[in-house]
Design a protein around this ligand. Sequence first.
Ligand SMILES: Cc1cc2nc3c(=O)[nH]c(=O)nc-3n(C[C@H](O)[C@H](O)[C@H](O)COP(=O)(O)OP(=O)(O)OC[C@H]3O[C@@H](n4cnc5c(N)ncnc54)[C@H](O)[C@@H]3O)c2cc1C
Length: 445
Amino acid sequence: MDVVRRLLAPGGLLRSDTQLNQQSYYEASVIRPPTQTPLVGSWHTDVAVVGGGFAGLSAAIELRQRGFDVILLEADRVCSGASGRNGGQAIAGYACGQEALEQALGHTLAKQAWEFSLHGIDLIDQRILQHHIQCDRVKGYLYVADSANKAQRLHTEMAYLEKNYQLTSQVVTGAAVTHFIDSPQYQAAAYETASGHLHPLKYGLGLLQAAQRLGVRVFEQTPVVGMNRDQPVMLTTLQGNVYARWVVLAGNCMLPEYSPELAPEITPRIMPVGTYMVATAPIDPSLQRRLIPSHAAVCDNNFVLDYFRFSADHRLLFGGRVSYTTMTPPRLRQALSAGLTRVFPPLAGIPIDYVWGGFVDISMSRAPDFGRLAPHIYYLQGFSGHGVALTGVAGQLAAQAIAGQAERFDVFTKLQHRPFPGGPALRTPSLALGMLWYRLKDALG
Ligand SMILES: Cc1cc2nc3c(=O)[nH]c(=O)nc-3n(C[C@H](O)[C@H](O)[C@H](O)COP(=O)(O)OP(=O)(O)OC[C@H]3O[C@@H](n4cnc5c(N)ncnc54)[C@H](O)[C@@H]3O)c2cc1C
């Protein structure tokens, strides 16, 4: 089959994704339900959702709750993409920062966007409660800085968020940092409880179950390979088609891999950035409590950042080592192992039980990119490393817009997005160069 041959061609994202998909800690710690059968034949629905990650599942649930008939089409398995592999950190705010949103939208809309991000975290908790999802949810988040300059930057940023967005945090420097994290690496830390963490695949499979209970028809192993823009839209899959009055595209970085013609105007606006994680063997719970007493998720304020947290079964889940080429970096296990040992010297030599990675959908401005290809075709992309919290609210806003209340969704359509320079052939090399520059900046403090 042509599509399958093209997908696995050298240099294709999917090929790298398969390499990255050495079994993750998350996949090893869940029992997936049996595969949903692929779609065969001709189907009709109110809304077709393309992509079964957090964004697609959220849109499907919200649409069904508003009475729409919904079909969800997933190319692989539900949450086999970024949603089932990520750091699990549900973070308040946006990767671009509030000041950038204020410049782009003005203070009132930037404030509304900030509240949407907090609502994204509330929505996780509401869904956990409402659908009885067991996903190791923990509140608490620690930002850390590894130089005096970055400590100053962290201080300024947290003061700004407190003054303008009422995000209260405890900011500490010097010896007081050890109250929050026992690491020689950091000179300052800021702790807040709006953000937190969870087991993303347990959460995503909980959303799948909730969607199905509500009556969403889910098809796995069903890549959408073609779409016209008529009304109704016809989506073509490998063995059938779906006619839908509305479509929500939530395919993230993989969308152009399955079909470059599906949405050529938006796919150059996001860049697939490879980011990688390891899970150590479980450690002694008392050592874990000493290393991160609050059990918070942690992230530094470098451009090329380290992010980590402990799992419910006492493993350190440590992420970092981004790659702006689509190739998996060499000696990944060793590099991440060295990184976590720098942060926590007592963990030197600890066995690494799992190594995996995935692609983050970064937009040029790092602001989310939501909009419409046509009045009845919506898209959600560009979560830029903040998708755990933002995907939920994105799906909800798209559902509200389809139900006739577009005001909240359209806060985001006011943001201007540019394609990455160079087209498909050049944007990866030019970003790799940009990346070297940022690494240098991180190193210089
Ligand atoms: C290693 C890693 C760590 C991360 N850590 C964090 C973190 O700690 N906090 C945070 O907020 N964010 C993090 N992120 C980012 C976050 O995971 C994403 O922003 C979020 O999961 C995006 O969700 P999504 O639903 O848009 O995309 P995905 O979860 O990627 O889902 C898209 C789905 O669409 C399917 N698809 C694509 N094209 C088609 C097609 N044509 N037909 C049918 N199906 C299709 C794909 O198979 C895929 O399952 C991380 C990402 C990675 C990879």
